[in-house]
Design a protein around this ligand. Sequence first.
Ligand code: NAD
Ligand code: LMR
Length: 332
Amino acid sequence: MAKGPVRVLVTGAAGQIGYALVPMIARGIMLGADQPVILHMLDIPPAAESLNGVKMELIDAAFPLLKGVVATTDVVEACTGVNIAVMVGGFPRKEGMERKDVMSKNVSIYKSQASALEQHAAPDCKVLVVANPANTNALILKEFAPSIPEKNVTCLTRLDHNRALGQISERLKVPVSNVKNVIIWGNHSSSQYPDVNHAVVETEAGEKPVRQLVADDAWLDGGFITTVQQRGAAIIKARKLSSALSAASAACDHIRDWVLGTPKGTWVSMGVYSDGSYDVPPGIIYSYPVMCENGKWSIVQGLHINEFSRKKLDATANELVEEKALAYSCLS
Ligand code: NAD
Ligand code: LMR
């Protein structure tokens, strides 16, 4: 029997990630080639004309899976009945703005959009926050939408995860699809910890540890980590714009694996509400290794954390605890 349409909200849809993301969703890359979708696109009034242009292009692309498009600047209309919400909209940092100024603008947006989602989205709505500071925006959304189950609010660190896979693939000259089980711990910021201690490569002779195949601990504990941590800044330097196609693709990967499940024996990284696993403080949105089944994620437990990793897990957790305090000070 044909599936009914799923309503997917993209906020900030007139922006550059939005422009890359909505055709991916309409083509079935996020939810599968048999899943019809209705796209809800939200932006702010100054971007209304541009948003309407995106709607015109979606119609012109004649995507078979696309059963409707809502393009609006009204947050209630945008959130009504949505099953999946991808929160890309936000205020970018402008020249002369301090970190606290950006935080203040964005946490107020996420506080008000939390209420709209809570009141108008489908009760089981899954939320992915992409806009920076992604972990803290997601935390604020979760805190101000108490009736949305806390497990339904996540943030994007899959881009960092995919960047780590890409670096290993380039270094070993193996297909990226043969590399798996890297981990991004912590914040989607330069304090994140890309960890390869449990990562493997599928070879003709079975799975081999990345550490054994790379055989260069100095690089894995040094240049590899900083390259992944700084990749967003390197893209901005090269493109004069922040990453968009890779961010959109990672958002599709995040939702697809969450809804349809991770392959057996494979985990991915997601920013989720911390329950104290791996001695990370509870009450922050922290990136963990997760496996997904039946539309639910669970943190992979029992991985050995060595002393080097422990320090890095703690440093990025400390940054998130500080960001949380800063966010609350902006809202008070
Ligand atoms: P952009 O400036 O091109 O687009 C942002 C859009 O959001 C604009 O169209 C803007 O009008 C809209 N917007 C602003 N306030 C809004 C509001 N209150 N409601 C709805 N829409 C609103 O930016 P972009 O390049 O698309 O990036 C979007 C965000 O994603 C940024 O915060 C960026 O830092 C972040 N980002 C995150 C990752 C990640 O991996 N987590 C990766 C890349 C970019
Ligand atoms: C990225 O990781 O590419 C972005 O978060 C960078 C940014 O600052 O927008």
